[in-house]
Design a protein around this ligand. Structure first.
Ligand SMILES: [Zn+2]
Length: 73
C-alpha cells in the first residue's frame, strides 16, 4: 500500500512538536511571503525585504516600511 501523503504545506518541515496552531499560522505567513510582492509606487514586482518590515524596490529604488513578512495590498 502506498503511504498517505499529508497536505500540510510549508509547515511540513516541522514535526508535531511545534503544535498545530503555530504551524497553521506559519502556513498563512509563508504562503504570502512566497508570492511576488508588488511595489506600491511603481506597481512592479521587484520588491525585496531588507529587514523585518523594511522593503526595497529594485525597479524604482525606493525603500519603505510595511508589514514584517509581506506588503500590505
Ligand atoms: Zn517600485
Amino acid at each position: 500500500m502506498a503511504a498517505k501523503k499529508k497536505k500540510i504545506k510549508a509547515s511540513g518541515r516541522f514535526g508535531a512538536g511545534y503544535g498545530t496552531r503555530v504551524r497553521k499560522k506559519l502556513n498563512a505567513v509563508e504562503s504570502l511571503q512566497r508570492k511576488k510582492q508588488k511595489c506600491p509606487f511603481c506597481t512592479k514586482s521587484g520588491v525585496k525585504r531588507q529587514a523585518v518590515g523594511i522593503w526595497n524596490c529594485e525597479k524604482c529604488g525606493k525603500t519603505f516600511a510595511s508589514k514584517a513578512y509581506s506588503i500590505n495590498p
